[in-house]
Structures are given as structure tokens and as C-alpha cells.
Design a protein around this ligand. Structure first.
Ligand code: GEK
Length: 246
């Protein structure tokens, strides 16, 4: 990591001649904590909730997967709460820039147990013997046609009683609700210091990359995979986290 790396997200402050599709490259990785904090309402509270809950979910001798780990916030929160549980943590992301930083952040904390940090597409990763699998705002970046296969693989790799946590930006069930939420979300970003230009250029960059679905679509898909007790356990505006069990 370079010393002069900016930490404040200013990626879309200047008017761009054309807005490219959003990529998880080095520039994004360098400002990522600030970007998430100012773009995902409730992000820190959710990370805390996953961490504290992992204490009663993670079982000794099992695997914990953080899929689309970015800088490893979920893995670190689980480890902070499960230091005395002898589990094996695996954090996966297909962005080299994220994984490089994730490895150094998790090493820097110098805590046990060590977490295996893997640069790979989560669609190619084997899931087995899992007491917990977390997809925190990652499924939305996977093409819709690949989502069922990925979730089936996760459900198959969970041990009986194991937990799955899926957090996503969702779309509302009807246009009127969506319009209200869009208004409140734009206000959230404005209050967090993003200009109208930043908001609109970021929206354009994500348009073909982040494909949200309704809560009902997520719930039904998880139930088809054989997961039970599928419930919304956290929501701020249109950012939702679902917990389910095998
Ligand atoms: C957090 N979970 O801080 N395979 C592996 N990684 C992928 C793939 C893929 N096919 N597609 C996207 N990613 C984190 C936040 S961010 C959410 C997750 C956001 C990765 C991508 O590189 C990025 O790091 C992450 O998924 C999504 O709790 O930026 O809104």
C-alpha cells in the first residue's frame, strides 16, 4: 500500500467525459472503507452484528467463508468474536487489489486463528464443512443467471444447522415504494458529503454491474436451495441482510 494513497472517496467528484462500468481496482480499494461507510447505510452496525452473532454460530473444527471479502471486514469481525473457537476462516475475493490489502490488514492485526485469504472467483471456490457462510453485499455483482448455482453450492457445503448470511441492496416490491426509498437514499449520500454529480456518476457506473432483486426473489431462491428459517434480520433503507439455516 502506498503511503500517499488517498483514503477519502473522491472518485466521481470531477465530471467524466464518459462513465465506465464500476470496477474493484486499486483506486477503489484505496478508498474502500470510506466509500462503504458513506454509501451503505448501517454498514458498521451490520458488521458488528455479524461479528457478535458469529460467537453462537461458529463451531470448532468447521469452516467460515467470507465470500467477496473485499478488505476482510466480516472475517475480522468474526475472528474478534471467536478467538477461542478453533475454526478455519476463508476469505475470498476476485479483485487482486482488494485481496492484497485484505491480506496485509488481516496479517497486521496479528490475531489467531489465521485466516486463509484467497484470490479467486467465488463461483469457483469449493464450500465444505461450513458452520457459517457470509455473502455481504456480493451476490448483487454476480450475473443473475449464476446466482442459483452459487447458492446451491453454498447450501450443500453448509453443515446441518449451519448459517448463511446474505446482505444485499434490494429493489422494492412496487414503484411507489422504490421512489420513496430512492429519495431517502440520495439524501443519505448527500448528508454524507457526496455531491449531485458524484451521486449520479456513481449510479451510472453501477447500473450494469450491481443488479439488485426484491426481497421475495432472494427468499424464494434460498428456500428452493433447501435453506430454512429464511428471514430478514437487518435493514436500513434498501440495504437488507437475510439470515437462513440449513
Ligand atoms: C464487506 N463483503 O466489507 N468472485 C469474488 N469476488 C467478487 C466477485 C466474484 N465473482 N464479484 C464481485 N466480487 C465486503 C463488501 S463489496 C460490496 C463486498 C460493494 C467482490 C468485489 O471484488 C468486491 O470486493 C466485493 O465482491 C463486493 O463486508 O462494494 O458494494
Amino acid at each position: 500500500m502506498k503511503d500517499n494513497q488517498p483514503t477519502i472517496d473522491r472518485l466521481y467528484t470531477k465530471k467524466l467525459p464518459s462513465v465506465d462500468d464500476f470496477k474493484f481496482d486499486d483506486t477503489v480499494a484505496g478508498v474502500f472503507p470510506d466509500m462503504l461507510k458513506r454509501s451503505i447505510p448501517g454498514y458498521s452496525a451490520l458488521i458488528n452484528l455479524i461479528g457478535t452473532s458469529s460467537r453462537v454460530i461458529v463451531k470448532p473444527g468447521t469452516h467460515v467463508y467470507d465470500l467477496g471479502c473485499s478488505l476482510g471486514a466480516v472475517s475480522a469481525a468474526v475472528r474478534n468474536n471467536c478467538v477461542d473457537i478453533n475454526y478455519h476462516g476463508i476469505a475470498v475475493d476476485n479483485s487482486e487489489a482488494m485481496i492484497k490489502r485484505c491480506q496485509s490488514l488481516l496479517d497486521h492485526e496479528n490475531s489467531e486463528p489465521k485466516i486463509e485469504v484467497v484470490c479467486n472467483d467465488i463461483r469457483n471456490v469449493k464450500i465444505k464443512n461450513a458452520s457459517l457462510v457470509v455473502l455481504n453485499f456480493t451476490l448483487q455483482f454476480i450475473p443473475i443467471e449464476d446466482r442459483a448455482a452459487l447458492l446451491n453450492k453454498i447450501a450443500n457445503g453448509l453443515n446441518p444447522g449451519g448459517f448463511f448470511i446474505l446482505s444485499e441492496k434490494i429493489i422494492s416490491e412496487n414503484t411507489e415504494e422504490q421512489e420513496k426509498i430512492d429519495l431517502l437514499y440520495e439524501n443519505f449520500k448527500r448528508v454524507n458529503g457526496y455531491s449531485e454529480l458524484e451521486i449520479s456518476q456513481k449510479r451510472e457506473a453501477l447500473e450494469n454491474v450491481l443488479i439488485p432483486e426484491t426481497f421475495t426473489a432472494h427468499k424464494e431462491r434460498l428456500e428452493v436451495c433447501g435453506l430454512k428459517n429464511v428471514q430478514k434480520w437487518f435493514q436500513v433503507l434498501n440495504f437488507v441482510s437475510i439470515i437462513a439455516q440449513k
